[in-house]
Design a protein around this ligand. Structure first.
Ligand code: SF4
Length: 353
């Protein structure tokens, strides 16, 4: 942990998007000290970029992993429902602010900053949603939204004079021109693009999460990290993740658990496969089909034709199977589309209850 200062005036929700960056800068410009909290989960967060952000923005940033709590919130069904895909934006803000509130004491902070702007986003930044976020996270008197403060009632921090309300903004709506101008004034040269890359808002990644929620009773954050890696194939409750390149092969190796089945083509370069067993151990047929799929993505083995030997590692032991490479084995392995995943999202969505 980077604890150069033991007592901060505020903790800030720091996604590294422009709004959160400006919110922290505005408060620091008033001579106050700010600890930026960069929340991470399988779905958002880039903790590996923190050293870069510290260097270019001059901020004091710390990563906070909320992955497990986040998955639990989604499993329970987000109280305010999902957006278009698996994004529970209102509940997401609530969980982040609740965590920030609990961390205030550790950092000696007396208030929390967020970069929200009234009217900027249809789901989480409507005025009523922002009130729900503040109330549900129990941050009513300690939450300051510097970018749109003048659109809102004064907070105790402004009333007491700790924060100068006159130097806060009254931004409203979806425009970005005021933020761009402020970025220029603050000398921010590397301006982050809006959005922040949350995987829950993109069909290409959200489709990967449907079967995890569908088939695993209590999935963990690690299950979703696995779902993010490489190619994802499902046959009922059989789950096979396969590398697309050396990077995703390495990622799969890092994510594999003792109980997973690891597939490697023995005599040629190819993808690594990770079979995660949900419930019962896989049958010999399922193992052979997964091996045939892995072999089918090893170009040299396919080119040479004939049976391919695949090594399977499981619980510290190894054995081999000889298979014909095949992308259409009988169990019907498929990559889930968003249309396939959508019914799971709809079932979990509390808005319709
Ligand atoms: S886009 Fe993602 S990170 Fe942002 S509020 Fe929504 S769920 Fe949370």
């Amino acid at each position: 942990m980077n604890n150069t200062i033991l007592k901060y005036d505020a903790v800030a929700l720091f996604s590294a998007g422009l709004d959160s960056l400006l919110a922290a800068k505005m408060i620091m410009a008033q001579g106050l000290t700010v600890k930026c909290l960069h929340f991470t989960s399988p779905f958002f967060g880039k903790p590996e970029k923190i050293p870069h952000w510290r260097a270019i923005h001059g901020l004091d940033i710390e990563a906070v992993d909320i992955g497990e709590a986040y998955v639990k919130m989604m499993l329970a069904g987000p109280k305010f429902g999902f957006g278009k895909f698996f994004n529970p934006c209102v509940d997401c803000k609530i969980i982040m602010l609740s965590h920030a509130r609990r961390l205030m004491e550790r950092f000696g902070a007396t208030f929390i900053i967020s970069g929200e702007v009234v009217g900027q986003r249809p789901m989480s930044q409507r005025r009523d949603a922002m009130n729900s976020v503040r109330n549900e996270s129990e941050t009513k008197d300690i939450l300051l939204r510097p970018l749109c403060a003048k659109q809102l009632d004064p907070t105790p921090m402004e009333e007491s004079g700790l924060v100068d309300r006159e130097r806060l903004c009254g931004i409203f709506g979806r425009g970005r021109s005021e933020q761009q101008a402020m970025a220029k004034d603050f000398g921010i040269t590397e301006i982050p693009t809006p959005g922040g890359g949350c995987l829950l808002t993109e069909s290409a990644s959200a489709r990967r999460y449907g079967p995890v929620f569908e088939h695993i009773k209590t999935p963990t954050a690690d299950d979703f990290h696995l779902a993010n890696a490489g190619r994802q194939l499902w046959a009922g409750t059989h789950w096979l993740s396969m590398g697309r390149n050396q990077g995703s092969n390495d990622r799969l190796s890092a994510l594999a658990r003792e109980d997973d089945l690891i597939f490697d083509v023995r005599d040629f370069p190819g993808p690594r496969g990770v079979g995660r067993q949900i419930g019962d151990d896989w049958s010999a047929t399922a193992v052979a089909e997964a091996a045939a799929l892995v072999a089918s993505y090893a170009p040299k083995s396919v080119r040479l034709g004939g049976p391919v030997v695949v090594t399977i590692s499981h619980r510290g032991a190894q054995y081999t199977v000889s298979v014909e490479p095949s992308r259409t084995p009988a169990m019907g392995w498929v990559e889930t589309s968003w249309e396939d995943a959508q019914p799971t999202r709809n079932r979990m969505d509390t808005q319709d209850r």
